[in-house]
Design a protein around this ligand. Structure first.
Ligand code: ADP
Length: 369
């Protein structure tokens, strides 16, 4: 039995100025532009209410766009009903039919498409194998665990060989261990099927673990699109820096293209634009973002290496976490900084000790606002 999905491959999905308004409220999705490549694993990541589900639902055809364009495989799909868009969907509200067995649930999209009986049987068996549920086809959903039910939903979504799979928080209801296991399965399905995956989550770790690229949503708009490393190492906005991973942020005014001055501090920053940060006139407000593992704690009297910034402060907390320690420092300028250090005990770092925090100037990332 061959799986024809392999032959078709994935389709590109292009969103152009896609907008959804409900009444007079601020747009739920506000002029979103996004180019998802054929075969890519793209994750829409953002806090609750940022417009992820509405965007996915417009691609699926469950929600009508107010304006803008959606292309799948180069074709405008605006006029097509969901089942003609060549998309598989795993949405939370799109549950399994409770009175049908796993096999009948998986067969449903094939029956809708008038596939012949013998072929349905073969494809359902194939799909059950794909999600490691071979032999469980006769069970009703209530006879399956939550994780197994999600596997059936995944099998049902891909059984008709769609070129794109849309998933809205498919692992949201599962406990952590099961979630991690199914993440691995989804990654494997992406490799095996070779189709385009568009995945919605509010969980940054899940996004970092699975995606080729991530689009970070905030208030109906995309703040930044990039690989996990792009977003972590080169956030373009304060929102992205704070949403992905921990960060220390100093906000001040640019007094020249390489100096940020704020309340009680003055630091050299990578020259504007060179780090991929915002460019613009001096004397604008900007922030420098420094990840905890990029900072080093030195005794108060240590010499600062060339090419480094130093900020003075006092250790207020030290937490040993096995692989590393977290040091909290109250800076003289009034901000609190977090540093991640290799776990080896260092006698000069103890609560109440005056210290300096240093970092290579090049390792700060400058962002707007
Ligand atoms: P997310 O998936 O990021 O949590 P949603 O796309 O569900 O966000 O919602 C984006 C915004 O649109 C929210 O402010 C939400 O309240 C609003 N919204 C979503 N669906 C509807 C609806 N059917 N009617 C009115 N407002 C809605």
């Amino acid at each position: 039995m061959t799986r024809t999905a392999h032959d078709k491959g994935g389709a590109a999905v292009h969103l152009t100025e896609l907008t959804k308004r409900y009444g007079n409220a601020p747009a739920a999705v506000d002029a979103v532009n996004l180019e998802i490549a054929a075969g890519e694993f793209m994750t829409l990541l953002g806090p609750s209410g940022s417009g992820k589900t509405t965007t996915l639902s417009m691609i699926a055809g469950f929600t009508r766009a107010t304006s803008g364009r959606i292309e799948v495989g180069g074709h405008d799909v605006a006029g097509l009903p969901p089942y003609k868009r060549d998309l598989g969907v795993v949405f939370q509200h799109y549950a399994l039919f409770p009175h049908m067995t796993a096999a009948q649930n998986i067969a449903f999209p094939l029956k809708q498409r008038k596939v012949g009986k013998a072929e349905i049987a073969a494809r359902v068996a194939d799909a059950l194998d794909l999600v490691h549920l071979g032999g469980m086809g006769d069970r009703l959903p209530r006879q399956l665990s939550g994780g197994q039910q999600q596997r059936v939903a995944l099998a049902r979504a891909v059984v008709f060989n769609p070129r794109v799979l849309l998933m809205d928080e498919p692992l949201g209801a599962l406990d952590k261990k099961l979630r991690e296991q199914l993440q691995g399965e989804i990654a494997r399905m992406h490799r095996d099927l070779g189709i385009t995956f568009v995945f919605v989550t509010h969980d940054q770790e899940e996004a970092l673990a699975l995606s080729d690229r991530i689009a970070v949503f905030n208030e109906g708009r995309i703040e930044q699109v990039g690989t996990a490393a792009d977003l972590y190492e080169r956030p373009e906005t304060l929102f992205v820096a704070r949403f992905l991973g921990e960060s220390n942020v100093l906000t001040g005014t640019m007094t020249d293209p390489s100096t940020l001055e704020g309340h009680g501090f003055r630091v050299a920053v990578p020259r504007t634009g060179a780090s991929g940060g915002p460019s613009g006139p001096a004397s604008r407000t900007a922030s420098v973002v420094i990840r905890p593992e990029r900072l080093t704690v030195l005794p108060a009297d240590a010499r600062i290496p060339a090419g480094h910034n130093a900020l003075r402060g006092t250790v207020s907390g030290l937490t040993y976490l096995g692989a590393h320690s977290t040091v909290t420092v109250e800076l003289d300028c009034g901000e609190r900084a977090t540093v991640r250090e290799p776990a080896a005990a260092r006698s000069e770092i103890s609560a109440g000790a005056p210290v300096q925090l240093t970092r290579p100037i090049a390792h700060g990332v400058l962002v707007s606002g």
